[in-house]
Design a protein around this ligand. Structure first.
Ligand SMILES: CC(C)(COP(=O)(O)OP(=O)(O)OC[C@H]1O[C@@H](n2cnc3c(N)ncnc32)[C@H](O)[C@@H]1OP(=O)(O)O)[C@@H](O)C(=O)NCCC(=O)NCCS
Length: 194
């Protein structure tokens, strides 16, 4: 059992009104899909992961996802659409206190073929409900490169507030990158969606 009482794997998160979409546990049979998504430089350009451009790297990536689940430090679901994994969503850096989890950092990625169709807008509310209601987080943080327009727009659509800019925060893929920090509090989310 992991620190939050999940026994074998993460629970599946259905998306209300969207029977073809859900967040689910990633497994061995998803390796090709994971590799297809994370071997694209445009996907990892602003993410905290490296290119997963070989079978071996994809396998190590899946292993790290499973280890994150066991330690309770990182929860990463596959986004299934019409029977295929087309992306992932993550709650990382989960900070615990005696009664539960205080906060975590949200992340998301989609296969480029699925970009620009509003898919993440449709599914992320289900993950936010899960984070705030089922896991009981008080706060979610997001950390985005200010050039990543699609992510900025998505986070503001969800109600995240800009809290500050960390200049030259990362050196990633040979480039210095700034980080815009966003925050969303449980009471803000629940007030907006009651
Ligand atoms: C971030 C991401 C998940 C957005 O998903 P999506 O389902 O395509 O988002 P949407 O269709 O809701 O589009 C959001 C906005 O970005 C715009 N957009 C989508 N794709 C875009 C692109 N390739 N270039 C510029 N803008 C784009 C949309 O027009 C929309 O703008 P609007 O709010 O002004 O209408 C997706 O772009 C992605 O996987 N990016 C790579 C991984 C990544 O950067 N993750 C976040 C790290 S913090």
């Amino acid at each position: 059992m992991n620190p939050d009482g999940f026994i074998v794997h993460l629970p599946t998160i259905p998306v209300a009104g969207e029977p073809e979409l859900c967040f689910r546990w990633l497994q061995e049979s998803d390796l090709d899909a994971l590799r297809a998504i994370f071997s694209k430089s445009e996907v990892v350009r602003y993410m905290s992961c490296e290119l997963q451009d070989s079978d071996e790297k994809a396998r190590e990536y899946l292993l790290s996802i499973h280890q994150g689940f066991l330690s309770g430090e990182l929860y990463q679901w596959g986004l299934e659409w019409r029977g295929n994994i087309v992306g992932t969503a993550t709650l990382a850096g989960l900070e615990r206190h005696a009664g539960g989890i205080h906060q975590g950092e949200i992340g998301f990625a989609l296969a480029p073929a699925c970009w620009g169709q509003g898919l993440m807008r449709r599914v992320l509310p289900a993950l936010l409900d899960f984070a705030f209601s089922s896991l009981g987080l008080h706060r979610l943080t997001a950390d985005v490169d200010p050039r990543n327009r699609a992510s900025l727009s998505l986070l503001e659509f969800l109600g995240f507030q800009r809290e500050g800019l960390m200049r030259q925060r990362y050196f990633h893929l040979g480039e210095i990158q700034d980080a815009m920090i966003f925050g969303l509090l449980r009471q803000e989310w629940q007030t907006a969606h009651r």
